[in-house]
Design a protein around this ligand. Structure first.
Ligand code: FEO
Length: 398
């Protein structure tokens, strides 16, 4: 397999995972790539590796450029196994002079791959002379693991940023100018919403630090998805926007349904929202994966959740969603709860409390509860619930 030239001295030697559809709970409908990069200089460096089962693909791409044993250094920017799963095999085959990681990276790599892993620590702010150019290392803790690190190839002004600025998007193309924004924008949002969103404050601080250091790369090489060479600032600006959590005039209505009653209520809630002039996304968890719901949550100002009551509890799919959303720590939401029940309505009140206490939602209208099939009167209450949330969202977003 062939390496792809990024510049005269840098090659993409990663792997394309066309078929992965579940990435620790995140639905990767378009697959992904594990990007690894080869820097040819007096010292040859390999930046990151790939998921274990893709090691032969990476090795074959390296061999299309150089004899792997000519690699002097391996840099591991992040210990998660999609980037370090091949590290042990690579060390065994390449026999590099040095393997470097951040302080926490070295510890995490050893915890994953064995305490005897020959990895050395590169300090935050440290640099490595490659001959004509040099690499400078900056820790990017909690973006998205404690061990995460980025490195800048100084003279070339090329940033290797590991997980940040990436997306899960398998393609035969390697560069941003080869894929249309229409294709990648949703995947970039989905990646941020599902992986980076909980660390938004850290993103803002990190982007500030990068600006303060005067770093404005001419090319950004993330470890997933396209390499940003046409307009690298575009993804940086998008991250600044995502991290600021400036919500749009948009409300998402998420629900599940057993026999259709909660769905009928959801439709009336949506009608009420539309009458208030806000954008609405109505999503049944029968048809929507939690990670796509999270993508819609990213720029939403409102969250309305509907549940049927099952065995005196909220519906299990909603329990899954709430646990997931709680971890994403989305800020500044306005919303409400609704649901249908047979003989015990306590779980719907409980849903409202959970939304308030666990998801930090400001409740704009008391929950609406329908015994079995909603009457016209009940559907009107649902309409009014939607309208109240919509009006409050519009007022806040003025
Ligand atoms: Fe945190 Fe792409 O691994």
């Amino acid at each position: 397999m062939q390496a792809i030239k990024v510049t005269d001295k840098i090659y993409w030697v990663g792997a394309i995972d066309w078929n992965v559809r579940d990435f620790h709970g995140y639905s990767t409908n378009k697959g992904t790539t594990y990007n690894a990069f080869l820097i040819l200089d007096k010292k040859t460096a390999l930046i990151d590796t790939v998921k274990k089962e893709f090691y032969p693909e990476m090795l074959s791409r390296i061999k299309s450029v150089i004899d792997p044993q000519k690699i002097d250094l391996i840099i591991s920017n992040h210990a998660e196994l999609d980037h370090s799963g091949s590290l042990k095999s690579a060390i065994a085959d390449i026999k590099p002079e040095h393997v470097y990681a951040s302080t926490l990276g070295a510890a995490n790599l050893k915890a994953h791959l064995g305490q005897d892993l020959p990895v050395e620590i590169i300090p935050n702010g440290g640099s490595l002379d490659l001959g004509e150019d040099s690499l400078t290392f900056i820790e990017s803790r909690m973006l998205h693991w404690p061990d995460s690190m980025i490195c800048l190839l100084k003279k070339a002004n090329i940033l290797f940023c590991n997980d940040i600025f990436g997306m899960h998007y398998a393609s035969s193309y390697r560069f941003d100018d080869e894929v249309s924004e229409r294709d990648w924008l949703y995947e970039a949002k989905k990646y941020y919403a599902n992986i980076i969103l909980p660390y938004s404050k850290i993103v803002t601080a990190f982007l500030g630090q990068v600006t303060k250091l005067g770093i404005k790369p001419s090319v950004i090489c993330p470890d997933h998805g396209p390499i940003w060479r046409k307009d690298p600032q575009k993804i940086v600006n998008l991250y600044a926007e995502f991290a600021a959590q400036k919500n749009r005039n948009k409300v998402i209505v998420i629900y599940d349904t057993m026999w259709g009653s909660t769905e009928k209520m959801a439709c009336s809630v949506t009608d009420g929202l539309i009458s208030a002039g806000v954008e609405v996304k109505q999503m049944s968890l029968h048809a929507t994966h939690r990670s796509d719901a999270a993508t819609e949550l990213l720029d939403a100002a409102g969250l309305i959740i509907g549940t049927p009551v099952l065995n005196q509890e909220i519906y299990p799919s909603l329990g899954d969603l709430i646990t997931y959303f709680k971890g994403l720590k989305k800020q500044n939401l306005i919303g409400a709860a609704f649901g249908s029940y047979g003989w015990s309505d306590g779980a719907i009140n409980g849903l409202e409390t959970i939304m308030k206490e666990k998801l930090g939602v400001e409740i704009a209208a008391p929950c609406v509860k329908s015994r079995f099939v909603p009457t016209e009167e009940k559907l009107k209450e649902c309409f009014e619930l939607g309208r109240a949330v919509g009006l409050k969202v519009s007022e806040k977003n003025k």
